[in-house]
Design a protein around this ligand. Structure first.
Ligand SMILES: [Zn+2]
Length: 99
């Protein structure tokens, strides 16, 4: 969540850094990468979203994901809710899972 905070404040993410394509969480440790059904590491999703080739919450909607991350951001930053929501919505909208 820290890097989302950074990203949303306008700082570019390093090219080498993985961002979960579901929740936008930066993945900076190999053990935080999700796993495919053949137990190889997923380079797209974090372990919290994607495990053994299955989304942990296959039914979650983009709107629910946005509101969850927004809530987490508000708790960690002093951004007003409206502003946090807009920034999170922009970030999540760019992720592969929600295209
Ligand atoms: Zn994730």
């Amino acid at each position: 969540m820290t890097a989302i905070h950074r990203n949303l404040r306008g700082v570019e993410v390093m090219q080498s850094e993985y961002i979960c394509q579901s929740c936008g969480m930066p993945i900076d440790k190999p053990e935080d990468l999700g796993t495919n059904s053949d137990l190889t590491k997923s380079e797209d999703y974090c372990i919290f979203c994607f495990h053994n080739g299955i989304f942990s919450e296959p039914e979650i909607s983009k709107a629910e994901m946005v509101s969850r991350i927004t809530q987490a951001m508000i708790e960690k930053t002093d951004l007003p809710k409206e502003q946090a929501h807009i920034l999170v919505d922009q970030t999540v909208s760019s992720l592969k899972r929600w295209q």
